[in-house]
Design a protein around this ligand. Sequence first.
Ligand SMILES: Cc1cc2nc3c(=O)[nH]c(=O)nc-3n(C[C@H](O)[C@H](O)[C@H](O)COP(=O)(O)OP(=O)(O)OC[C@H]3O[C@@H](n4cnc5c(N)ncnc54)[C@H](O)[C@@H]3O)c2cc1C
Length: 468
Amino acid sequence: MDKILEQARETSVIEDADVVVIGGGPGGITAAVAAARQGCKTILIERYGFMGGLATAGLMGPIFGYTHYNGDGKLQLGSIPVEIVRRLQAIGGAPADDVIDWRAVQFDPELFKHIADAIVLESGVKVLLHSYVVDAVVKNKKIQAIIVESKSGRAAITGKTFIDATGDGDIAKFCNCPYTQGRAADGATQSMGTKFRIGGVTEEALHPTPEDKKKVCQAIDAGKIPAYHVFWGEISEQGVTLRNTEITPTVTRARGFGTNVYDLTKAEIKTRKDTLEIVDFYRRNIPGYQNCYLIDTPMTIGVRETRQVIGDYVLTGHDVLEYRKFDDTIARGNWFLDIHCPLGLYNSASNLCSKKCTIQPDCLMKRKHRDQLYDTLNAPVLDDPSQMYNDIPYRCLVPQGIDNLLISGRCISADHGGMASIRVIATCFAIGEAAGIAAYLGLKSGAIPRDIPVGSIQESLRKAGVPL
Ligand SMILES: Cc1cc2nc3c(=O)[nH]c(=O)nc-3n(C[C@H](O)[C@H](O)[C@H](O)COP(=O)(O)OP(=O)(O)OC[C@H]3O[C@@H](n4cnc5c(N)ncnc54)[C@H](O)[C@@H]3O)c2cc1C
């Protein structure tokens, strides 16, 4: 039997809100807080038992894209994202200085869970955890309700405006909104991966000798360890935590689609296995790691790229590289095109792939293409370095086909290159706040998202302290 027919059933409506935010990650938290603070009755629905999305579930850090590109330490964003960092700092969940390195601020993912609870609840948002949104009921181009499954059973939640902050564009998919997935040539998405925590490293581990680095590189290139590059306790290799006896490397990779349950299953098992091998290699071979131990792997595989919901504008990699500005800007991004090989290939020296991959000759990971076009790490320095950011147009948040839906976070309208930049936490925070404000202004004026005068969104954001 290939298919079965499910029985039709009546489903109870358990909640009704002005603004329904689905997904409690960086793109959902700020959206919900922004809408609720404007007085909208707001509900946030999250499938896990805590908020923060990958920022907490994935043992993340640092918050990339937080400060200016040129390292002058000035903030790239304002308002709610900065409030989140200030609140983290107040409880020891982020270092006192904003800038560490790499336009980023470090944070403790565990403490971020607490700050997310506090800021969301204090803003008056109703939160429903352990609730997986599995469908949407649409009539006349408007979502009437979303359907949630939980231990309490199946239920409906009605609302006026819905914000899809699922990272995967789940809600847009349920509504049959058009979307793209992966690179244009073959649809392959960035590889999945994890961060994991190692404890018991000593100071020596943070200052590797060139010989140590070479040893790890050679082991990777010889296929002896399944890491895609070396790691130490340096932020540029994303290995640093708030404690100098711990390291959280980002070095595992698994190819596949983050919306395919078979690929997700394989990726979970592969990255867990790879983690043990990597930790064991460091323990046996690298000074400073002799007594290290694996504290934990994340509670979920990290998914970098899945669906990009097609909006009224598609942000491109070129927009990012050319620091393009838009009249309908609602947020700023300044992260490079951070593409992790869709084939999950490994290369020791850096994130760039030097392998002779015949499957995808024009792959953006190839050094020759990145040097020409796609490596903002080497992007030209502008006369005015404060202009080294790209705008994110409001049109990227407005999907096609549905009139009461906004998109937030990493699944906004962008191509493979554009999404590789906007997917970082700081940018998702900033996009979320704009989505929440737009939801409020639309309800206040009676306009559907597409028809809201963008000047009014920008005015509200600027008033809240967002640099635009
Ligand atoms: C391995 C890895 C390392 C990374 N490292 C960094 C880093 O160091 N710094 C950085 O800034 N960024 C990093 N990123 C990127 C960043 O963490 C994410 O891109 C960012 O969290 C995206 O935010 P989001 O809100 O769009 O999505 P998510 O963080 O994925 O949040 C989406 C939320 O929606 C929930 N959800 C999804 N579907 C449903 C549903 N159907 N019903 C109910 N709830 C649902 C999820 O449970 C989740 O909480 C990394 C990513 C990966 C994979």
